[in-house]
Design a binder for this molecule. Structure first.
Ligand code: NAD
Length: 512
């Protein structure tokens, strides 16, 4: 699959990932170098969060390149949308194969640019791969309804693509989140303009290259790069019909409003404050380990990370043990498969959380990792707080667990329901009745019962709610198919008496 036909915006930034994907990228690299000589570029440094080494420079997409990318997507839509659903199924099937074949390269890119441990980076890719695998079921997913509504009259529904769509991704899942949209948007017959996070675009660039290897025609997927100007160009472009966004509240609200103002469909997954309610009858060992893993894994930079532990009744006496176990978690740069530990946070700025109230019972600031003096290291941090404090109310997005005390299950429910966010929550208990009451009454979209990170697999849809979501139709699963399609409902009358004769005539035609 030659790279030559890709729009410039997509080709230019292959330099970000070229060293790691083998032969095809060598061609891309030379094209990227040639193009970069063409005119002055704006660059964004991508830094290794463990060392501050500049790994690569992202070339910010210019407005004319952006136009080119959207134009290419518009042209490609004319043919891609008319391909048979089996052609598109073959593409996603081949893409899942390519992703499996290249999983180590992608995971290594995530370790380097994002700072995740190797095992966690593999998980990042795997959760995206599961969306690709589910999209292999696209022929069945696109089946429409049909009914014989009157004599000789049928009504049938076809699910048709929207056109050129766009996807804007955050830094924290550089493979999974692009893969929430790429397979679903493309399998339903749309074309896509993808803007990865400017902080770690390598994995998305590799995925784009693997789409080519899986036979995706030029122009169907286009990668653009940059920050606010590129995002605004997406929101404003009249040819873009829908925008999928995952990221923080500020950008999300802006994109939702600006995108809606130009009549686009917008789905926006935003920030979170996810509570784990720890009941005194819980399996203590399982609950404490689950909470620690979910609070500090990926350095707390998961949108479904547990960021608040609500200790109910006698479970409050487990706080010293929670702290003791947290102290034992290692923070290092973990490049090999077997290491279970925590990596750095994404940037030096993220390393310096502001004073936000509360009593720090475990302080991870000033954490040193031998051999990496410049890394963005923050050790596990536990802060005891009350619900009026800023550290409780606002998302911190780092390895910080806020602990809140509650007397009863009802008190815990009131606390969680008063919080503005509704992404995820978990309850740890051995009582089915307690779990059921919590699950039924909690106003949060994704609930775990003895499960710390209840991210739905892609046969379901993402269902974060309240301030964690803007829009009407969620990501992937049935929601993803709905988001990326519009129905055409046709009613047709074909009278039986108009049917052409149902037996051959051997008589001389007389036209009577
Ligand atoms: P971010 O909002 O800073 O960036 C996300 C995207 O928006 C990036 O592509 C970025 O270039 C762009 N962007 C940033 N600021 C912008 C602005 N002012 N205007 C327009 N575009 C802008 O988010 P991040 O720091 O990359 O990711 C972390 C955030 O994402 C956290 O808040 C986390 O909770 C959230 N998140 C949510 C989910 C979810 O499913 N709810 C999943 C992952 C991450």
């Amino acid at each position: 699959m030659p790279l030559a036909k890709l729009p410039r915006a997509a080709v230019r930034s292959f330099a970000t990932s070229s060293a790691r994907l083998g032969s095809l990228s060598a061609t891309a690299q030379s094209r990227a170098e040639k193009i970069s000589q063409d005119k002055t570029q704006t660059y964004i440094d991508v830094c290794d969060p463990a060392t501050q080494t500049v790994l690569t420079k992202v070339l910010e997409t210019t407005s004319s390149e952006f136009e080119q990318a959207v134009e290419a997507a518009g042209q490609a839509f004319k043919t891609w949308s008319r391909t048979s659903v089996l052609t598109r199924q073959r593409f996603v099937t081949d893409l899942q194969h390519q992703l499996r074949q290249n999983n180590e390269a992608i995971a290594n890119s995530i370790v380097l640019e994002q700072g995740k441990t190797y095992a966690d980076a593999q998980g990042d890719l795997l959760r995206g791969l599961q969306v690709v695998e589910t999209a292999c079921n696209i022929p069945t997913a696109l089946l429409g309804d049909t009914s014989e509504v009157s004599k000789d009259m049928d009504t049938y529904v076809r699910r048709l693509p929207l056109g050129v769509c766009a996807s804007i991704a955050p830094f924290n899942f550089p493979a999974m989140i692009p893969l929430w949209t790429i397979p679903v948007a493309l399998a339903t017959g749309n074309t896509l303009v993808l803007k990865p996070s400017e902080r770690d675009p390598g994995a998305a660039m590799m995925i784009a290259e693997l789409c080519q290897r899986a036979g995706l025609p030029a122009g169907v997927l286009n990668v653009v790069h940059g920050t606010v100007p590129t995002v605004n160009a997406i929101c404003d472009h009249p040819s873009i019909k829908a925008v999928s966004f995952v990221g923080g509240d500020r950008a999300g609200k802006h994109i939702y409003e600006r995108g809606r103002a130009t009549g686009k469909r917008v789905q926006a997954n935003l920030g979170a404050k996810n509570h784990a309610v720890l009941m005194p009858d819980a399996n203590k060992n399982h609950a404490l380990n689950s909470i620690l893993g979910a609070a500090f894994g990926a350095a707390g930079q998961r949108c479904m990370a547990i960021s608040v532990a609500v200790l109910v009744g006698n479970a409050q006496s487990w706080l010293p043990e929670l702290v003791e176990r947290a102290q034992k978690l290692k923070v290092i740069k973990a490049l090999s498969k077997g290491q279970t530990c925590i990596g750095p946070v994404i940037s030096p700025a993220a390393k310096q959380p502001e004073e936000e109230g509360g009593m720090i019972v475990l302080d991870g600031r000033g954490y040193d990792v031998p051999g990496y003096p410049d890394g963005n290291w923050v050790g596990p941090t536990i802060i005891e707080a009350i619900t009026t404090m800023r550290c409780y109310r606002e998302e911190i997005f780092g390895p910080v667990l806020i602990v809140i005390r509650a007397d009863t299950l009802d008190d815990a429910l009131a606390i969680v329901n008063e919080n503005k966010y509704g992404n995820g929550t978990a309850i740890f208990t051995q009582s089915g009745a307690t779990a059921r009451k919590y699950e039924r009454e909690v106003e949060v979209g994704q609930v775990g019962i003895n499960v710390p990170i209840p991210v739905p697999l892609p046969m379901f849809s993402w269902s974060g709610n309240k301030a964690s979501f803007l829009g009407d139709v969620p990501f992937y699963g049935r929601g993803g198919i709905d988001f990326y399609t519009q129905n055409k409902t046709t009613t047709a009358l074909w009278k039986a008496e108009d049917a052409i004769g149902n037996k051959a005539s051997v008589d001389m035609p007389t036209h009577h």
